[in-house]
Design a protein around this ligand. Structure first.
Ligand SMILES: NC(=O)c1ccc[n+]([C@@H]2O[C@H](COP(=O)([O-])OP(=O)(O)OC[C@H]3O[C@@H](n4cnc5c(N)ncnc54)[C@H](OP(=O)(O)O)[C@@H]3O)[C@@H](O)[C@H]2O)c1
Length: 283
């Protein structure tokens, strides 16, 4: 497993797994247990996924040394602003049952996220988190936070897959030394990714599936990935991407699949922003 070195020197596995849309406690624990057994060592959760407790329990019960794991979670919009976010950091640590978080992200760049960012900077200085970052930051937003923050985000977690390749976003991340991490690296199954002719054709040449080609494509672009699956055999399949390489020609064929926009989220749509603000995770 390759590691990416963040701007503060922290080493982050290039591949992990996410636990979005697994709110059931027992199911989330089972998925984390299966993923750790497969060999994953990085997990991405969030306050808004309602499964931080399950992640923490599964980690403790695994018996794996804490330092061999990379645990990331996110603060939700409802807890933005300096004071509230500071409380949310401690609440996340308590739910996870951990002494520290490896990477803490702001889930969405809306509301008082500059205030929340100051709370993340405080948590970082206090040693509660080893790295801090943002998610869903468009290039102009990332530049803005990098130019105004005391501590720059170390990671920007954004949607990246062959149908939304995010070249401009990646260029801005490179400019400011921010490590890219992809969510939706399987396009959440959109565009028929798992049976897409280009992906399956390239996969056939390597004895790999379309999913594995999509994940390998991200790895070769220097992007960290956190694909999600509730199925143990798919978790194993998604991790089995380290023994082959896509050629320049294959990378070029995949490059041609870019639509240049997301079909999952639209932060420029007022209704989407309203939905995010209205999504309450606690009283
Ligand atoms: N920061 C953000 O705003 C944000 C947004 C979305 C996601 N995320 C994070 O990124 C992670 C990954 O993104 P995602 O969950 O949205 O989407 P994803 O990883 O692109 O796709 C997950 C979907 O693909 C299916 N799948 C996975 N591996 C497969 C395989 N080998 N063959 C066939 N189907 C497969 C899964 O089904 P099964 O589960 O049924 O196997 C699930 O429906 C999340 O879990 C979360 O941690 C962050």
């Amino acid at each position: 497993m390759n590691e990416l070195i963040l701007s503060n020197g922290v080493r982050m596995p290039q591949e992990g797994f996410g636990v979005f849309q697994i709110p059931d406690h027992a199911e989330a624990k089972r998925v984390v247990r299966d993923a750790l057994a497969c060999g994953y060592r990085m997990v991405d959760t969030a306050a808004a996924y309602f499964n931080e407790r399950a992640v923490g329990e599964a980690i403790r019960e695994s018996g794996l040394p804490r330092e061999s794991l990379f645990v990331e979670t996110k603060i939700w919009v409802q807890d933005y602003g300096h004071e509230r976010a500071a409380q949310a950091v401690d609440a996340a640590l308590a739910r996870l049952g951990l002494d520290y978080i490896d990477l803490l992200l702001l889930h969405q760049p809306i509301g008082d996220w500059p205030g929340a960012w100051r709370a993340l900077e405080d948590a970082y200085r206090a040693g509660k988190v080893r790295a801090i970052g943002v998610a869903n930051c468009y290039p102009h937003m990332l530049a803005d936070v990098c130019l105004t923050a005391t501590i720059r985000p170390m990671v920007n977690q954004v949607e990246i897959h062959p149908f939304f390749q995010q070249e401009a976003s990646l260029a801005t991340m490179r400019e400011y030394g921010v490590t890219p991490q992809a969510w939706g690296s399987l396009a959440e199954g959109g565009h028929g990714l798992f049976t897409h002719p280009t992906l399956t054709d390239i996969g056939r040449a390597h004895g790999k599936s379309a999913a594995q080609v999509a994940l390998r494509w991200a790895i070769q672009r220097g992007i960290a990935i956190i694909p999600k699956s509730t199925h143990r055999e798919r978790l194993a399949e998604n991790l089995d991407i380290w023994d082959f390489a896509l050629s320049d020609d294959e990378m070029a064929r995949l490059r041609a699949l870019d639509l240049g926009h997301s079909e999952i989220v639209d932060h420029f749509d007022p209704a989407f922003v309203r939905m995010l603000h209205n999504y309450r995770i606690h009283d």
